[in-house]
Write a protein that binds this ligand. Structure first.
Ligand SMILES: [Zn+2]
Ligand SMILES: [Zn+2]
Length: 117
């Protein structure tokens, strides 16, 4: 799978259009230069696309984040970071709730024992 850096479209290698261009004369015979272009916009600027391991979509290798052996797109990386932040907040909230309850129970015990007012 290839990805065009100009229009962002992905396409298979065999879908790439071959352009044959007149490139002057070579020993009296017309020479042609052949090259592949994006079938969508005709750009020569395309790259081997890398699939994201989370959403499965193909991306420009520059738009892929490499985490250990995982390759994930920047969109999925953002999602993970957002979820991670939510999780840490939930965990903190859950624990701070537990600490509050323990604190209240201890304070209640001490009050019953007359240790504190
Ligand atoms: Zn293109
Ligand atoms: Zn992704």
């Amino acid at each position: 799978m290839l990805i065009c850096r100009d229009c962002g479209q992905t396409f298979e290698e065999e879908e790439a259009k071959t352009v044959s261009e007149y490139a002057g004369e070579y020993w009296g015979a017309p020479a042609r230069r052949e090259y592949s272009v994006c079938p969508y916009c005709g750009s020569e600027d395309f790259e081997k696309a890398v699939p994201c391991e989370i959403c499965g979509e193909y991306f420009d290798p520059d738009e892929i984040y490499y985490a250990d052996k995982w390759r994930i797109c920047l969109g999925c990386k953002d999602e993970i970071e957002k979820k991670y932040r939510e999780w840490t907040q939930e965990i903190e909230a859950a624990f701070s709730g537990t600490f509050d309850k323990i604190e209240q129970a201890v304070i209640g015990e001490l009050q019953m024992d007359g240790v504190i007012d």
